[in-house]
Ligand binder design. Sequence first.
Ligand SMILES: [Zn+2]
Length: 328
Amino acid sequence: MSDITRIKIPIPFPIRSVNIYFIQDSIPTLIDAGFHSKEGLDTVEHALRTKGVRLSDIKRVLLTHGHLDHVGLAGKIQESGGAEIFIHPRDRDKCIWDIETYAEKKKAPFLRFFKQGGLPDDILEAITDQMDARFKLFFPGDFEVMDLEDGGSIPFDDFTLEVIPCPGHTRGSVCFFDRENRRFFSGDHLLEKITSNPIVELETRENGAGYKSLSHYLESLSLTENLDIKEVLPGHGEPFHEHRKRIKEIKEHHHTRKEEILQVLKSHPTVPDGMNLFSITMSVFPELKAWDIFLGMSETVGHLEILEEKGLITSRMVHDQRVYQPEN
Ligand SMILES: [Zn+2]
């Protein structure tokens, strides 16, 4: 059976490390491309060397999604050996890192989201400084990508990986399923210790409408629940078993969170004009700072969208902010 090696790469974020997987095959393949830093590159090269492989031997990279800690070394790998790099078309834009248009394309939607959410100016400034520094430091470079197809199969010498679309964490998140051996490369869709954060898709949002990350995430979880999986090989943390137990916990977590958010709104009925996203987020997650406030707002807005869809709350624009109120 093709040999699979997990390579754990350190990253300077609270999550601390990211996993990529090397599959020894007649087409040497990586699942995900890790993080763009000297330490990241050294870690990958060292791990490959123990298998008698160089970075330039890698001929195929399958990306689970377009986040910085998963695509980071894709450019380096392609440059060194001409590897083909595959990603779902809905995450293709996340891989295009034109430093010239960064401010307009990547940053502007964040600023709109924060303004509409009522983020105070001093926090906004701290977050955007952090964003600028991060994007410049970890800029993964340019590379060519090819499309992964929903349900498509990717052949290896002695097994096949199926592309399972799992939108939610990002719009173009996919998992790779080896149905025969019941192995499931889950990217950030399913993690054992961390509740995967369905991150708001800023590029597709206009005035609060658009793609609903959390709803899609919960649907993708249900789909995953039905698969016959023995081992989950995740994007962060250790491989694990019993995926259905984990999915149940995640669903319960989100259910509790949704109730909590509804209670926050109900317990502030006298706030004139309702509450904005920032104040709701800080009531639920008072300990959050800087960039993590964005992640908290992402999760909160997902629940608010579901609550509004169910008719339990309403929202409207007041000046340039969206405000939420419980339905009577
Ligand atoms: Zn991610």
